[in-house]
Design a protein around this ligand. Structure first.
Ligand SMILES: [Fe+2]
Length: 249
């Protein structure tokens, strides 16, 4: 299975810039690249911060952009998103009891798409309702599970980012540990490419399509970075998960 992860688009109305860059143009370059190199992808997962300002105009811009995307796609929300504005433009988006989260079974396993948005907060949250839904998703699966979410539940060693990851990661870890079937977590939010292991579960994050995070090892304040935008190509089989980072220029 070939999955593409695109994250942290930070769209605004066409023409508006974010961090001195044009996020609409940046996404367009990413979509052109995916269409050219990966038209055979099974799915493109956008792991949140679709919008920078939560505006209807930004979601209209996204709608136009993914209308050009050859593979099918799945949209997740991040802390910059606005659930009701998103729903106004994407009324058919997969959802569960008001949250933009869903599950999809493929031959290699179960894909679970979480909604970690805690409106008004930078950090993410999985409330009891969402945790109960996830509990059921994991209990039902007879296959390995691959989780997609905006906020990572793990620290990446950068204090300004670690301070706004998923709140109460222990509850999330306990739940995953009880079921023991989650093989991999793909997250956004940090605008950095990193990978590793968290409580025995492999993970990766990714660069955004617009701006990045500066290397903040040891820093106490957030600073933007401007490494080359990228998306991830995830090749998933019964025995492996391989994540390629494809820079887009
Ligand atoms: Fe972001």
């Amino acid at each position: 299975m070939k999955l593409i992860q695109v994250t942290d688009l930070h769209l605004r109305a066409p023409g508006e810039r974010v961090a001195g860059l044009d996020p609409t143009a940046s996404l367009s370059v990413a979509i052109d690249d995916i269409n050219r190199n990966h038209p055979d992808a099974d799915l493109v997962v956008f792991t949140g911060d679709l919008s920078d300002d939560g505006s209807i105009a930004s979601y209209r811009s996204l709608e136009a952009a993914i209308g050009r995307l050859v593979p099918p796609s799945r949209l997740l929300l991040g802390n910059h998103d606005d659930r009701s504005a998103f729903r106004a433009v994407f009324p058919g988006a997969s959802g569960e009891d008001g949250f933009v989260q869903s599950v999809e079974d493929r031959s290699v396993g179960r894909l679970v798409f979480l909604d970690t948005l805690d409106e008004g907060a930078v950090a993410g949250r999985l409330c009891d309702h969402r945790l109960a839904w996830l509990d059921q998703c994991l209990a039902e699966s007879r296959q390995p599970v691959f989780v997609f979410m905006h906020h990572p539940p793990f620290d990446i060693g950068m204090p300004p980012l670690d301070g706004c990851k998923l709140a109460d990661p222990d509850a999330f870890a306990d739940l995953l540990g009880r079921h023991g079937n989650v093989r991999h977590i793909a997250a956004g939010h940090v605008h950095r490419l990193c990978s590793g292991l968290w409580n025995g579960i492999a993970f990766n994050t990714g660069r955004g399509t617009n701006h990045q995070t500066a290397p903040l090892f040891g820093a106490t304040h957030f600073a933007m970075g401007f490494e080359t935008p990228a998306y991830n190509v995830m090749l998933i089989s019964a025995s492996s998960v391989v994540v390629h980072t494809q820079e887009i220029t």
